[in-house]
Design a binder for this molecule. Structure first.
Ligand SMILES: Nc1ncnc2c1ncn2[C@@H]1O[C@H](COP(=O)(O)OP(=O)(O)O)[C@@H](O)[C@H]1O
Ligand SMILES: N[C@@H](CCOP(=O)(O)O)C(=O)O
Length: 293
């Protein structure tokens, strides 16, 4: 048996739609795999009642198929599905690493990115790699058609998850089909600022770059209380706040000493909007880890 832990991730970071992602040091999924003649799936943990065990509908089934690695796969969910925290990607990445190890396939982490992205195609309709890349490689990642670049950033974060369900598939439908040249110039400037901030491990620069005028405003409408929570977090010391992935989680970047205050402010603002929520005080973390063979 092989056991792998893969972290939650936050994709987009405002200016990097379908490109940027970070691994969070918590929460995480744990996946156990054992060789079998055909793939079977068992799910325990957070939100298990919403996750199919049919290999054709669970992301890990697509990963097992892509690696030609049938197995009994047990997923212990720590990342709530439809959270905007890369729940499906955490399972896909963990399964890709575990099955690669179990069947001794010899793929590198970079080579496993498109394999794990096959799982994303099952749930969102597109094999976007911006969650599976950081879940596999850790740190801050830039996923493009040409491959993935990873930077070992260390930035304090708060991820606030409200009890609202937003499926990535639905949230992709509200993304505008076009952007103006002014919006493009604005986004490029913000994205470049954010990337430099990650390389310098500078929360202020990362926060300044965590903004876009095209995708985030459309997605914010799907999250009750988004504007109030964002304002509250900024007032409490966050350097930048945006929708995490496709939502409904909201991600704040801040200085380490401000995480407790920022988390409390976000929870209070959701409470004011009559939305129950939980906050993860976290930071940019490591990628998938094999911890039992
Ligand atoms: N192993 C899995 N883990 C989480 N969700 C899964 C898994 N397999 C299939 N799903 C389905 O994927 C959807 C959640 O994925 P998604 O909407 O991308 O959420 P998230 O933003 O948390 O990744 C749910 O419909 C869920 O049933
Ligand atoms: N780039 C994707 C990211 C989806 O992230 P998730 O954590 O919500 O699955 C998108 O914005 O659609």
């Amino acid at each position: 048996m092989v056991t792998v832990r893969a972290p939650a991730t936050s994709a987009n970071l405002g200016s990097g739609f379908d490109v940027f992602g970070v691994a969070l040091d918590r929460p995480a999924d744990v996946v156990h795999v054992e060789k079998a003649d055909r793939t079977t799936i068992e799910v325990t943990g957070v939100g298990r009642q919403y996750i199919p065990t049919d290999p054709d509908r669970n992301v890990v089934g697509a990963v097992a198929e892509a690696l030609d690695a049938p197995a009994h796969i047990r997923i212990d969910k720590g990342v709530r599905p439809s959270s905007g925290l890369g729940s499906s990607a955490a399972s896909s990445a963990a399964a890709a690493v575990a099955l690669n190890e179990l069947y001794d396939r010899g793929f590198s982490r970079e080579e496993l990115v498109p394999v794990a992205a096959e799982g994303e195609a099952v749930v969102s309709g597109e094999a976007h790699a911006d969650n599976v890349a950081p879940a596999l490689l850790g740190g801050f990642t830039v996923a493009t058609d040409g491959g993935v670049t990873a930077v070992d950033a260390d930035i304090p974060l708060v991820a606030c998850l409200p009890e609202i369900v937003v499926s990535t598939r639905d949230a992709r439908r509200v993304v505008p089909g076009r952007a103006s040249i002014e919006e493009l110039v604005h986004t490029v400037g913000k994205a470049a600022t954010l990337a430099v901030g990650m390389c310098r491990r500078d929360p202020k620069l990362v926060g300044a770059g965590m903004d876009d005028r095209v995708v985030t405003p459309a997605r914010a409408e799907l999250i009750t209380g988004y504007h109030e929570v964002r304002e509250a977090a900024l007032e409490a010391g966050a350097e930048g706040v945006t929708v995490s992935g496709a939502g409904p989680s909201i991600l704040g970047v801040c200085h380490a000493g401000d995480r407790t205050r920022v988390a409390a402010a976000m929870l209070d603002a959701f409470d004011e909007a009559d939305v129950a929520a939980r906050a993860y005080k976290t930071r940019v973390g490591r990628g998938a880890e094999v911890f039992d063979i």
